[in-house]
Each structure stands twice: as structure tokens, then as C-alpha cells.
Design a protein around this ligand. Structure first.
Ligand SMILES: [Fe+2]
Length: 463
């Protein structure tokens, strides 16, 4: 019975469910049906009981009249008294038996004291039925409603008296009550069964509709879809089968689309990797720079607890970090002498240029904040936005360390490469100014734990 009335309040309005609607329709219908059948049954049974009472009374009255005729002819007073008394005693619902002569004087009565008295007519007589010569009337005697039967006593075609017999109506009322009680019990049981049946029928429907509803919601929410069991071959079963087929087709198309999107993304990424590698190759001094920065960044990221997608994002951002240099002219990028102020400004544009390039492909935009911030300083003196501390994306802070270390440990036109230890000292000198102190310490610790930073070491480092 949980969620019996599984209806909802939506937008402040009550919305009855199928179950409640079915019950509201079936229960009044069943009630009217049961009431009509009970009422009709009660009427028919009442009429049958009444007819039975009248026929029985008429038959007894006739029998008394027939016997009384012979006894009166034989002037057998004792026989008449016995006839009245024994007939009265034969059934508890016989109120009295009286035999009177043609002058309306009582000649025999089940109460001996009535003998010899005139038979008093009833104050109110309502005719009920006639059975050949026997009349049945409703009378009131001794403050009771009785059914009185009068049968003439004839002998050789001559009226010699009348046999009168009265039945009480208590047995009729009692029988009627008993019938009513039985009908009421049966009606209550039928109504109860109808209620349970309606509940069961509505549950059978609502359970299947609910399963379909949940399936639609689950499909819409992108949750793993399991086909809904088809338990019938009716319209709902057909609908469920079609829904399952549609969901499978949708999911298959979704998988295809996702696979194509992944292929497209990989193609774009591959292209950007090629561009980054070509960029490194523009300058013999920076050949392989992006890959080395990516490897160092990922190694530090792993040691700092990054994993899964976060590590993949870090690797890609490290590969793309200098992508903007594609717009830096060769005479600036490859210049062996110190840069002029204008050239310095042009050079410093590469994080912004990188932003513009990544902006073109929607799925590359996620790398923009990191690529843009890889020259920001921890103390806010970096470029292009002057961000500081935790404003600088975590990945950008890692890449900044790897970028600086690789730049210092490779030969440049204007200076020779520093040794690993010299580069680390330089990095530690700038902890708290250019670099995050904690990250600079972690980076130095990592490099000191790694084998000498030669090509073989870089090759052995996984991305
Ligand atoms: Fe850079």
C-alpha cells in the first residue's frame, strides 16, 4: 500500500495519477451496481417470502375448513377442539385458529374460553390475496398485525361455517431481515473485492507506465540504459518494446557521435602537437622544448597527487604553452642579440597569441587559462595579466617551473646551458618571487631524485 495515492503536487496544483483516477471511476460504478443488485434482490426475495407465507396460510386454512366440515356434521365438539388446538400447535407463527358456525359464533378455538362467543371482526382489514375460496387479509388484533385467512366450511353446497386462521408477520420480518443481512454482507464483500481488484488492475497498469517513465528519465539523464522488461503483449507491451528499440538506436548513435567527436579531438590535438613541435624546430636551441616541459610537468604533477584527466590536461597545456610563438616573427624569436624594448613586447605577446589560437577550437578552450598564465609570477610581476599567488592556475605554476628549468639547462645563443644544480639554485633563488615556494621546493627535490637530466632520462619519463 506504499504510495497508494502516488499523485503529485506540481506547481502548487494536485495532479492525480492513473491509479487514483481508475479508483475514482471504478468504485462509484461498483457501488451503484452493487446497490442496485442488492435492492432488486431484496425486493424479489421479500416478495417470494410473502407469497410463500400467504400460500402456506391458505393451505392450512383450507385443510382446517375441510376437517371442520366433517366434524361439525358429526357434531364432534371434542374433534373440533382438538383440530383447533393441534393446528395452532403445529407452527409457532400461527396466532390462533377459530372455527365458527354460519351465525358467526365460535364453535372451536385454540383458546377454549372463546368458544360460544361471537367472532369479533377486526377494526382494520386490508385485503392481501385470494386463493379460490380462501381470503387472506391483513388485520390488527390484540395490537398486533396479523395475516388472517378465512375459508368457508361448506357441506353439500351449503355454508355451515368459516375456518379462520391467523399467522404472525414476525417470521416474515425476521426472514426479510436475515435476507437483508446476507445481501449486505455479500455487497460488502463484493465492494471490497472490487476495491482490491481496481487497486490490482491499476497497479498492473501504473507499474508498467512507471517503468517506462523511469526509462525515459534515465535515458534523458544519460545514465546507463537497461532494456525495460516486456511482460505483456498488449498496447503497453508494444510501447515498451518500441521504446527499448528506440533507446538502443539512440544510444548506438550517441556512441558513434562520441567516437567521431573523440576522433576529431584527437585529430585536432595531433595537429596542435605537430604545430608545437614545428615551433620548437624553428629554433635549434629549443628543439624538443615542449615535450621536455610536458614530461617534467607531468612528473611533478604526479608527485603532487594529480592523476587521470587532470594529468592529461596538464600534459596538453604544457605541450601548447608556447603555441602563441607561431605568431612571433623569426627576427625576434631567433635573434641572437638581446631584444629591444619593442621586440621584448612582441615576444611577451605569445601567451595572448596562444589564447587567440586556442579560442578557435571549442575543446581546446579549456587550456586557455593555463597557457595564458605560464609567464605569470608568484609575486604578481609576471605577464600578461599580473596575476599572483593562487590566482595563477595550479597547472600554470607547474609549467612555469618546468619551462624555466628547461630554458636554463639548454644552450641559448647568448649564453651556455647551466648545469642541473645551477638551474635548481636559480629556481630556488626565485622561490616566493617568480615561483610558488612550495612548488619550487617540490620541483628541486624531484629533479635531485631523478637520474642526470640527459636525453635518456627524458626518454624514460612517461607522460
Ligand atoms: Fe613561454
Amino acid at each position: 500500500m506504499k504510495n497508494f495515492f502516488s499523485d503529485r503536487w506540481g506547481n502548487g496544483r494536485f495532479s492525480p495519477g492513473i491509479r487514483l483516477k481508475l479508483l475514482c471511476f471504478l468504485l462509484p460504478l461498483a457501488f451503484v451496481l452493487v446497490f442496485t443488485v442488492s435492492w432488486t434482490g431484496s425486493k424479489i426475495t421479500g416478495a417470494a417470502l410473502r407469497k410463500d407465507l400467504l400460500q402456506r396460510g391458505a393451505a392450512i386454512s383450507k385443510m382446517v375448513a375441510l376437517s371442520a366440515g366433517y366434524l361439525m356434521l358429526a357434531d364432534d365438539q371434542l374433534g373440533l377442539d382438538r383440530l383447533a388446538a393441534e393446528t395452532r400447535a403445529s407452527s409457532p407463527d400461527i396466532a390462533y385458529v377459530a372455527i365458527r358456525d354460519a351465525a358467526n359464533k365460535v364453535v372451536a378455538h385454540n383458546r377454549i374460553g372463546e368458544r360460544g362467543k361471537p367472532f369479533e371482526p377486526s377494526a382494520r382489514i386490508t385485503p392481501l390475496a385470494e386463493f379460490s375460496d380462501t381470503h387472506a387479509d391483513e388485520v390488527i388484533r390484540e395490537d398486533r398485525t396479523l395475516v388472517e385467512f378465512n375459508t368457508p366450511i361448506e357441506f353439500a353446497g351449503k355454508l355451515v361455517g368459516t375456518a379462520t386462521l391467523a399467522l404472525t408477520t414476525e417470521s416474515l420480518v425476521g426472514a426479510n431481515r436475515s435476507v437483508h443481512r446476507s445481501i449486505l454482507t455479500a455487497a460488502s464483500i463484493i465492494l471490497g473485492l472490487v476495491f482490491l481488484g481496481a487497486l490490482l488492475a491499476s497497479s498492473l497498469i501504473t507499474t508498467r507506465v512507471k517503468r517506462l517513465h523511469e526509462g525515459v528519465l534515465s535515458l534523458g539523464a544519460g545514465k546507463p540504459f537497461r532494456p525495460i522488461p516486456v511482460t505483456s503483449s498488449d498496447e503497453l507491451g508494444d510501447l515498451t518494446r518500441k521504446f527499448n528499440r528506440m533507446a538502443e538506436e539512440l544510444l548506438s548513435q550517441k556512441d558513434d557521435l562520441e567516437a567521431k567527436a573523440r576522433q576529431l579531438e584527437e585529430a585536432y590535438l595531433g595537429m596542435v602537437r605537430v604545430i608545437a613541435a614545428s615551433l620548437d624546430a624553428r629554433d635549434a636551441y629549443t628543439l624538443g622544448h615542449s615535450t621536455r616541459v610536458a614530461k617534467l610537468s607531468c612528473e611533478l604533477g604526479r608527485r603532487l597527487g594529480l592523476a587521470g584527466e587532470a594529468l592529461v590536461d596538464l600534459e596538453r597545456a604544457a605541450i601548447f604553452h608556447d603555441l602563441g610563438k607561431i605568431q612571433t616573427p623569426d627576427d625576434v624569436l631567433l635573434k641572437k642579440e638581446p631584444l629591444s624594448d619593442t621586440e621584448e613586447v612582441r615576444m611577451r605577446n605569445h601567451p595572448s597569441d596562444g589564447t587567440d589560437i586556442l579560442q578557435a577550437a571549442p575543446f581546446l578552450r579549456r587550456y586557455i587559462p593555463v597557457v595564458r598564465a605560464h609567464h605569470e609570477w608568484y609575486n604578481g610581476e609576471g605577464y600578461p595579466d599580473g596575476k599572483k599567488g593562487h590566482e595563477i592556475p595550479f597547472h600554470a605554476q607547474i609549467i612555469a617551473l618546468a619551462d624555466a628549468f628547461d630554458a636554463m639547462t639548454t644552450d641559448r645563443p647568448y649564453r651556455q646551458a647551466l648545469t642541473t644544480e645551477e638551474a635548481l639554485e636559480e629556481i630556488l633563488r626565485y622561490r616566493g618571487t617568480q615561483f610558488s615556494p612550495e612548488l619550487a621546493d617540490a620541483f628541486a627535490k624531484m629533479v635531485r631524485e631523478l637520474p642526470p637530466m640527459d636525453e635518456a632520462t627524458y626518454r624514460s619519463m612517461a607522460l
